[in-house]
Design a protein around this ligand. Structure first.
Ligand SMILES: C[S@@+](CC[C@H](N)C(=O)[O-])C[C@H]1O[C@@H](n2cnc3c(N)ncnc32)[C@H](O)[C@@H]1O
Length: 111
């Protein structure tokens, strides 16, 4: 299932209103990958919105287009943890970009 994030994109259908209506929100090869083009604020807004609607959020990979760790990863972790969500970097078996074998897992149960 694909859900457009209304407050970060200028198109798409409405996202669910209720917290946790979506069990799992996946973001693949978008956030972090375009770190040069999309500022930290965009990343924070997008992740907040996914956390708002989904019980669990997974973002992969954590690298930018140059196969470097995204400059937004650590600041985003700090922001999200400061807001009380559990944000954990986890290894995955899949590796499309060299070194890109980690995902960010975010859960917000209890918020
Ligand atoms: C590299 S592709 C990845 C496609 C797919 N997620 C995958 O992993 O195969 C980047 C995707 O980001 C989408 N995209 C671009 N700008 C976006 C935005 N502002 N909000 C949501 N998606 C966007 C594009 O339509 C494109 O499908």
């Amino acid at each position: 299932m694909s859900v457009q994030l209304d407050n970060v994109v200028p198109w798409g259908r409405s996202s669910p209103e209720r917290l946790g209506e979506v069990g799992l929100a996946l973001c693949s090869h978008f956030l972090f990958l375009y770190s040069e083009q999309l500022p930290l604020e965009f990343h924070v807004t997008a992740v907040r919105e996914m956390v708002r609607v989904a019980e669990e959020v997974r973002i992969f990979p954590l690298l930018d287009l140059e196969c470097r760790e995204s400059v937004h990863l650590r600041p985003l972790l700090e922001v999200m943890r400061g807001e009380g969500v559990t944000a954990v970097i986890e290894p995955v078996n899949y590796e499309f970009q060299r070194g890109g074998n980690q995902m960010l897992n975010i859960t917000s149960s209890g918020l």
